[in-house]
Design a protein around this ligand. Structure first.
Ligand code: RET
Length: 284
Protein backbone atom coordinates (compact mmCIF):
# COMPACT_ATOMS: atom_id res chain seq x y z
CA UNK A 1 0.00 0.00 0.00
CA UNK A 2 1.35 3.43 -0.92
CA UNK A 3 1.25 5.77 2.06
CA UNK A 4 -0.37 9.20 1.82
CA UNK A 5 2.79 11.24 1.43
CA UNK A 6 1.88 13.57 -1.44
CA UNK A 7 4.75 15.81 -2.49
CA UNK A 8 7.23 14.24 -0.09
CA UNK A 9 10.68 13.13 -1.31
CA UNK A 10 11.13 9.44 -2.06
CA UNK A 11 13.21 8.93 1.12
CA UNK A 12 9.93 9.16 3.07
CA UNK A 13 8.19 6.60 0.87
CA UNK A 14 10.98 4.11 1.60
CA UNK A 15 10.82 4.94 5.32
CA UNK A 16 7.06 4.38 5.33
CA UNK A 17 7.13 1.04 3.49
CA UNK A 18 10.27 -1.14 3.76
CA UNK A 19 12.05 1.08 6.29
CA UNK A 20 15.83 1.44 6.51
CA UNK A 21 18.27 -1.24 7.58
CA UNK A 22 20.81 -0.21 10.24
CA UNK A 23 23.50 0.02 7.58
CA UNK A 24 21.55 2.26 5.21
CA UNK A 25 20.30 4.53 8.00
CA UNK A 26 23.75 4.96 9.53
CA UNK A 27 25.47 5.46 6.18
CA UNK A 28 23.20 8.40 5.43
CA UNK A 29 23.70 9.83 8.94
CA UNK A 30 27.49 9.48 8.58
CA UNK A 31 27.60 10.97 5.08
CA UNK A 32 25.67 14.02 6.23
CA UNK A 33 27.94 14.41 9.25
CA UNK A 34 31.03 14.02 7.05
CA UNK A 35 29.60 16.75 4.84
CA UNK A 36 29.38 19.42 7.51
CA UNK A 37 32.59 18.31 9.26
CA UNK A 38 34.55 18.82 6.03
CA UNK A 39 32.97 22.25 5.52
CA UNK A 40 33.97 23.45 8.99
CA UNK A 41 37.50 22.05 8.66
CA UNK A 42 37.94 23.68 5.26
CA UNK A 43 36.61 26.93 6.72
CA UNK A 44 39.72 27.10 8.90
CA UNK A 45 41.91 26.33 5.89
CA UNK A 46 40.46 29.16 3.82
CA UNK A 47 40.89 31.63 6.68
CA UNK A 48 44.47 30.59 7.37
CA UNK A 49 45.57 30.75 3.73
CA UNK A 50 44.16 34.24 3.18
CA UNK A 51 47.56 35.92 3.36
CA UNK A 52 49.24 33.42 1.04
CA UNK A 53 47.89 35.26 -1.98
CA UNK A 54 48.23 38.86 -3.15
CA UNK A 55 45.45 41.15 -1.86
CA UNK A 56 43.56 41.30 -5.15
CA UNK A 57 42.91 37.53 -4.97
CA UNK A 58 41.69 37.46 -1.39
CA UNK A 59 38.06 37.83 -2.37
CA UNK A 60 38.28 34.25 -3.66
CA UNK A 61 39.20 33.01 -0.17
CA UNK A 62 36.52 35.18 1.39
CA UNK A 63 33.89 33.69 -0.91
CA UNK A 64 35.08 30.19 0.05
CA UNK A 65 34.60 31.18 3.70
CA UNK A 66 31.02 32.27 2.96
CA UNK A 67 30.37 29.00 1.12
CA UNK A 68 31.82 26.91 3.98
CA UNK A 69 29.72 28.58 6.67
CA UNK A 70 26.49 28.38 4.72
CA UNK A 71 27.08 24.78 3.57
CA UNK A 72 28.24 23.68 7.02
CA UNK A 73 25.10 25.04 8.69
CA UNK A 74 22.71 23.72 6.08
CA UNK A 75 24.26 20.27 6.03
CA UNK A 76 23.94 20.24 9.79
CA UNK A 77 20.21 20.98 9.46
CA UNK A 78 19.90 18.32 6.79
CA UNK A 79 21.52 15.82 9.12
CA UNK A 80 19.20 16.74 12.03
CA UNK A 81 16.27 16.44 9.61
CA UNK A 82 17.33 12.87 8.74
CA UNK A 83 17.61 11.87 12.39
CA UNK A 84 14.22 13.25 13.35
CA UNK A 85 12.41 11.85 10.30
CA UNK A 86 13.08 8.15 10.96
CA UNK A 87 13.08 6.20 14.21
CA UNK A 88 14.19 2.71 15.04
CA UNK A 89 11.37 0.22 15.39
CA UNK A 90 12.49 -2.69 17.54
CA UNK A 91 9.67 -4.96 16.38
CA UNK A 92 10.33 -4.48 12.70
CA UNK A 93 14.13 -4.25 13.15
CA UNK A 94 14.34 -1.28 10.78
CA UNK A 95 14.09 2.52 10.92
CA UNK A 96 10.59 3.68 10.03
CA UNK A 97 9.09 7.06 9.22
CA UNK A 98 8.55 8.97 12.46
CA UNK A 99 4.81 9.53 12.43
CA UNK A 100 4.91 12.58 14.68
CA UNK A 101 7.92 14.33 13.13
CA UNK A 102 8.88 16.36 10.08
CA UNK A 103 9.22 14.52 6.81
CA UNK A 104 12.66 14.33 5.24
CA UNK A 105 13.28 16.84 2.46
CA UNK A 106 16.41 17.54 0.42
CA UNK A 107 15.28 21.13 0.02
CA UNK A 108 17.80 22.43 2.59
CA UNK A 109 20.48 21.64 0.07
CA UNK A 110 18.77 23.52 -2.70
CA UNK A 111 18.44 26.62 -0.58
CA UNK A 112 22.11 26.32 0.31
CA UNK A 113 22.97 26.25 -3.41
CA UNK A 114 21.06 29.48 -3.86
CA UNK A 115 23.86 31.13 -1.88
CA UNK A 116 26.74 28.90 -2.89
CA UNK A 117 26.26 28.56 -6.64
CA UNK A 118 26.55 32.31 -7.38
CA UNK A 119 29.47 32.57 -4.91
CA UNK A 120 31.36 29.66 -6.54
CA UNK A 121 30.84 31.15 -9.97
CA UNK A 122 31.93 34.66 -8.91
CA UNK A 123 34.99 33.20 -7.27
CA UNK A 124 36.43 32.36 -10.66
CA UNK A 125 36.00 35.98 -11.74
CA UNK A 126 38.24 37.15 -8.92
CA UNK A 127 41.13 34.90 -9.91
CA UNK A 128 41.28 34.99 -13.69
CA UNK A 129 41.62 38.03 -15.93
CA UNK A 130 38.95 38.40 -18.58
CA UNK A 131 40.33 39.48 -21.94
CA UNK A 132 37.14 39.86 -23.99
CA UNK A 133 34.04 39.48 -21.82
CA UNK A 134 32.82 42.15 -19.45
CA UNK A 135 33.02 41.35 -15.73
CA UNK A 136 29.56 42.71 -14.91
CA UNK A 137 27.86 41.00 -17.83
CA UNK A 138 29.31 37.58 -16.92
CA UNK A 139 28.49 38.16 -13.25
CA UNK A 140 24.85 39.03 -14.05
CA UNK A 141 24.45 36.03 -16.33
CA UNK A 142 25.92 33.76 -13.66
CA UNK A 143 23.38 35.12 -11.18
CA UNK A 144 20.47 34.78 -13.53
CA UNK A 145 21.11 31.26 -14.76
CA UNK A 146 22.50 29.94 -11.46
CA UNK A 147 19.40 31.05 -9.57
CA UNK A 148 17.07 29.96 -12.41
CA UNK A 149 18.64 26.48 -12.37
CA UNK A 150 18.17 26.03 -8.63
CA UNK A 151 14.69 27.48 -8.20
CA UNK A 152 13.25 25.35 -11.02
CA UNK A 153 15.05 22.25 -9.66
CA UNK A 154 13.78 23.03 -6.14
CA UNK A 155 10.19 23.07 -7.40
CA UNK A 156 10.74 19.90 -9.46
CA UNK A 157 12.11 17.85 -6.57
CA UNK A 158 8.77 18.11 -4.74
CA UNK A 159 7.20 16.07 -7.54
CA UNK A 160 9.72 13.24 -7.64
CA UNK A 161 7.11 10.70 -6.56
CA UNK A 162 3.73 12.39 -6.86
CA UNK A 163 3.93 13.72 -10.43
CA UNK A 164 6.69 12.45 -12.69
CA UNK A 165 5.75 14.69 -15.60
CA UNK A 166 6.18 17.80 -13.44
CA UNK A 167 9.40 16.35 -12.05
CA UNK A 168 10.94 15.89 -15.51
CA UNK A 169 9.61 19.12 -16.99
CA UNK A 170 11.01 21.26 -14.14
CA UNK A 171 14.23 19.24 -14.32
CA UNK A 172 14.49 19.93 -18.06
CA UNK A 173 13.96 23.68 -17.58
CA UNK A 174 16.63 23.64 -14.90
CA UNK A 175 18.99 21.84 -17.30
CA UNK A 176 18.67 24.65 -19.86
CA UNK A 177 19.95 27.12 -17.23
CA UNK A 178 22.64 24.62 -16.25
CA UNK A 179 23.98 24.41 -19.81
CA UNK A 180 24.12 28.18 -19.99
CA UNK A 181 26.24 28.24 -16.82
CA UNK A 182 28.56 25.57 -18.27
CA UNK A 183 28.88 27.49 -21.53
CA UNK A 184 29.81 30.71 -19.68
CA UNK A 185 32.28 28.99 -17.40
CA UNK A 186 33.99 27.28 -20.32
CA UNK A 187 34.23 30.58 -22.17
CA UNK A 188 35.80 32.51 -19.31
CA UNK A 189 38.21 29.70 -18.44
CA UNK A 190 39.48 29.80 -22.04
CA UNK A 191 39.96 33.55 -21.74
CA UNK A 192 41.63 33.17 -18.38
CA UNK A 193 44.22 30.81 -19.83
CA UNK A 194 45.43 33.34 -22.35
CA UNK A 195 47.79 35.32 -20.16
CA UNK A 196 48.95 32.40 -18.00
CA UNK A 197 52.13 30.35 -17.95
CA UNK A 198 52.03 26.61 -18.65
CA UNK A 199 51.67 25.57 -15.00
CA UNK A 200 48.83 28.03 -14.43
CA UNK A 201 47.08 26.76 -17.56
CA UNK A 202 47.31 23.23 -16.21
CA UNK A 203 45.69 24.18 -12.91
CA UNK A 204 42.90 25.92 -14.79
CA UNK A 205 42.34 22.81 -16.94
CA UNK A 206 42.10 20.68 -13.80
CA UNK A 207 39.64 23.16 -12.30
CA UNK A 208 37.45 22.91 -15.40
CA UNK A 209 37.45 19.09 -15.24
CA UNK A 210 36.58 18.86 -11.56
CA UNK A 211 33.97 21.58 -12.04
CA UNK A 212 32.33 19.64 -14.85
CA UNK A 213 32.36 16.29 -13.03
CA UNK A 214 31.12 17.61 -9.70
CA UNK A 215 28.36 19.82 -11.14
CA UNK A 216 27.01 16.93 -13.22
CA UNK A 217 26.67 14.84 -10.05
CA UNK A 218 23.83 17.09 -8.80
CA UNK A 219 21.37 16.30 -11.62
CA UNK A 220 22.45 12.65 -11.17
CA UNK A 221 21.35 12.81 -7.53
CA UNK A 222 18.09 14.50 -8.53
CA UNK A 223 17.33 11.59 -10.87
CA UNK A 224 18.69 8.92 -8.50
CA UNK A 225 15.42 7.09 -7.64
CA UNK A 226 14.86 6.50 -11.37
CA UNK A 227 18.39 5.73 -12.56
CA UNK A 228 17.56 2.03 -12.22
CA UNK A 229 14.21 2.27 -14.02
CA UNK A 230 11.11 4.43 -13.86
CA UNK A 231 8.35 4.04 -11.28
CA UNK A 232 8.40 2.49 -7.83
CA UNK A 233 9.75 -0.84 -9.12
CA UNK A 234 13.02 0.69 -10.36
CA UNK A 235 16.27 -0.83 -9.09
CA UNK A 236 17.10 2.27 -7.08
CA UNK A 237 13.70 3.12 -5.69
CA UNK A 238 14.80 1.68 -2.34
CA UNK A 239 17.35 2.29 0.41
CA UNK A 240 20.28 1.80 -2.00
CA UNK A 241 19.02 4.75 -4.01
CA UNK A 242 18.68 6.80 -0.82
CA UNK A 243 22.26 6.05 0.23
CA UNK A 244 23.46 6.54 -3.36
CA UNK A 245 21.82 9.95 -3.50
CA UNK A 246 23.49 11.19 -0.31
CA UNK A 247 26.85 9.74 -1.40
CA UNK A 248 26.56 11.60 -4.68
CA UNK A 249 25.60 14.85 -2.98
CA UNK A 250 28.40 14.57 -0.43
CA UNK A 251 31.07 13.83 -3.05
CA UNK A 252 29.73 16.64 -5.25
CA UNK A 253 29.74 19.11 -2.34
CA UNK A 254 33.29 18.32 -1.29
CA UNK A 255 34.61 18.58 -4.86
CA UNK A 256 32.63 21.58 -6.08
CA UNK A 257 33.14 23.70 -2.97
CA UNK A 258 36.30 22.57 -1.16
CA UNK A 259 38.61 21.12 -3.82
CA UNK A 260 37.56 23.81 -6.30
CA UNK A 261 38.32 26.53 -3.70
CA UNK A 262 41.68 24.99 -2.84
CA UNK A 263 42.68 24.79 -6.52
CA UNK A 264 41.64 28.38 -7.14
CA UNK A 265 43.87 29.30 -4.20
CA UNK A 266 46.77 27.35 -5.73
CA UNK A 267 46.30 29.21 -8.99
CA UNK A 268 46.06 32.58 -7.21
CA UNK A 269 49.26 31.77 -5.34
CA UNK A 270 51.11 30.94 -8.57
CA UNK A 271 50.05 34.22 -10.15
CA UNK A 272 50.89 36.14 -6.96
CA UNK A 273 54.42 34.69 -6.85
CA UNK A 274 54.94 35.48 -10.51
CA UNK A 275 53.88 39.07 -9.87
CA UNK A 276 56.47 39.37 -7.12
CA UNK A 277 54.27 38.85 -4.06
CA UNK A 278 56.27 36.90 -1.47
CA UNK A 279 53.95 35.59 1.22
CA UNK A 280 56.79 34.50 3.51
CA UNK A 281 57.56 38.19 4.02
CA UNK A 282 53.96 38.95 4.92
CA UNK A 283 53.68 36.47 7.76
CA UNK A 284 54.78 36.96 11.32
C1 RET B 1 19.09 20.31 -10.44
C2 RET B 1 17.71 19.93 -10.96
C3 RET B 1 17.75 18.95 -12.08
C4 RET B 1 18.50 19.49 -13.25
C5 RET B 1 19.79 20.13 -12.88
C6 RET B 1 20.10 20.49 -11.57
C7 RET B 1 21.45 21.01 -11.34
C8 RET B 1 22.03 21.30 -10.19
C9 RET B 1 23.37 21.76 -10.00
C10 RET B 1 23.71 22.13 -8.74
C11 RET B 1 24.97 22.57 -8.33
C12 RET B 1 25.16 22.85 -7.07
C13 RET B 1 26.39 23.26 -6.49
C14 RET B 1 26.37 23.50 -5.18
C15 RET B 1 27.50 23.88 -4.44
O1 RET B 1 27.39 24.38 -3.41
C16 RET B 1 18.87 21.63 -9.70
C17 RET B 1 19.53 19.23 -9.47
C18 RET B 1 20.74 20.39 -14.02
C19 RET B 1 24.32 21.80 -11.13
C20 RET B 1 27.62 23.42 -7.28
Amino acid sequence: MTPQLGNANFENYIGATDGYSEMAYQMVAHLLTLGYAVMFAALIYFILTLRYVAPRFRMSNILSVVVMVSAGLLLYSQSENWKSSFVYDADAGVYLLNAGGDLFNNGYRYLNWLIDVPMLLFQMLFVITLTKSSFSSVRNQFWFSGVGMIVTGYIGQYYEVSNLTAFFVWGAISTVFFFHVLYLMNKIIKEGKEGLEESGKKVLSTIWIIFLISWFLYPGAYLMPYLGGLGEDGLLFNESGVVGRQMTYTAADIISKVIYGVLLGVLAQKISTKEGYDYTKQLG
